[in-house]
Design a protein around this ligand. Structure first.
Ligand SMILES: Nc1nc2c(ncn2[C@@H]2O[C@H](COP(=O)(O)OP(=O)(O)O)[C@@H](O)[C@H]2O)c(=O)[nH]1
Ligand SMILES: Nc1ncnc2c1ncn2[C@@H]1O[C@H](COP(=O)(O)OP(=O)(O)O)[C@@H](O)[C@H]1O
Length: 206
């Protein structure tokens, strides 16, 4: 049987590189992708909405979700939990829709274990200096947290080799069009494989 499931795309990379910004711009255009809204225990930032940006959970609620195996992956990141709802991802893929995750690197590596067929995209900063400027520019963290995030970033960049694609986020629009090309070429790849598979089956009947 040809696999008619949707494709799982994972956008990851260091905090502050621009994952959220790039993902939002992508979703202004890419209506065929389904974004998986994550669960988190971190505080809601001004302008964020429950059920839109994240599902905000208490530590106890989150630990219960872990216990009940409701999360496809989760990570503790700068003292908060973040996780992907398993059921939403599995059901949406099974219906044939592509699912898009925007998650940090530890979580992405867990997804790779469960979904090796996923398409893993690493968003890369133009430089570490620029990464620092972006985190500082966003102004959502205290100085201590900025330092923590930069330390994490160095470790995360070392894990780049495990990804299928690396996209430099120099300009948001450039990064978005590169991701769109990746999505398109993954679909073409699938179609080619499906055609070859069909041909093998037809030839076999001769
Ligand atoms: N593992 C994992 N990471 C997530 C998930 N959702 C968001 N993240 C990541 O957690 C990190 C912190 O997110 P957030 O607090 O929103 O800060 P920001 O992305 O740096 O603005 C980012 O690297 C997110 O991509 C998730 O479901 N699982
Ligand atoms: N290509 C870019 N050029 C300049 N600034 C950017 C770019 N992409 C994102 N930013 C800025 O960098 C900061 C961090 O972006 P954000 O999307 O919150 O990162 P992440 O989700 O990876 O933590 C934000 O202030 C955002 O406006």
């Amino acid at each position: 049987m040809i696999d008619e499931k949707g494709i799982l795309f994972i956008l990851s990379g260091p905090s502050g590189v621009g994952k959220g910004t790039v993902r939002k711009r992508l979703f202004e255009k890419a209506t065929d992708l389904q974004y998986s809204i994550s669960m988190t225990t971190r505080d809601r930032r001004p302008g964020e909405e429950d059920g839109v940006d994240y599902f905000y959970k208490s530590k106890e609620e989150f630990e219960q979700l872990i216990e009940e195996n409701e999360l496809l992956e989760y990570a503790k990141y700068v003292n908060n939990y973040y996780g992907t709802p398993r059921k939403y991802v599995e059901e949406t893929l099974a219906k044939g829709y592509d699912v898009f995750l925007e998650i940090e690197v530890q979580g992405a590596m867990q997804v790779k274990k469960n979904f090796p067929e996923g398409v893993f995209i690493f968003l890369f900063p133009p430089s570490l200096e620029e990464l620092k400027n972006r985190i500082l520019g966003r102004g959502t963290e205290s100085n201590d947290l900025v330092l923590n995030r930069l330390k994490e970033a160095r470790k995360e960049i070392e894990m780049m080799d495990a990804y299928d694609y690396v996209v430099v986020n120099d300009q948001v629009d450039h990064a978005v069009s590169k991701i769109e090309s990746i999505i398109q070429s993954e679909h073409l790849k699938r179609e080619r494989i499906a055609k070859q598979y069909k041909k093998i089956l037809e030839d076999d009947q001769l």
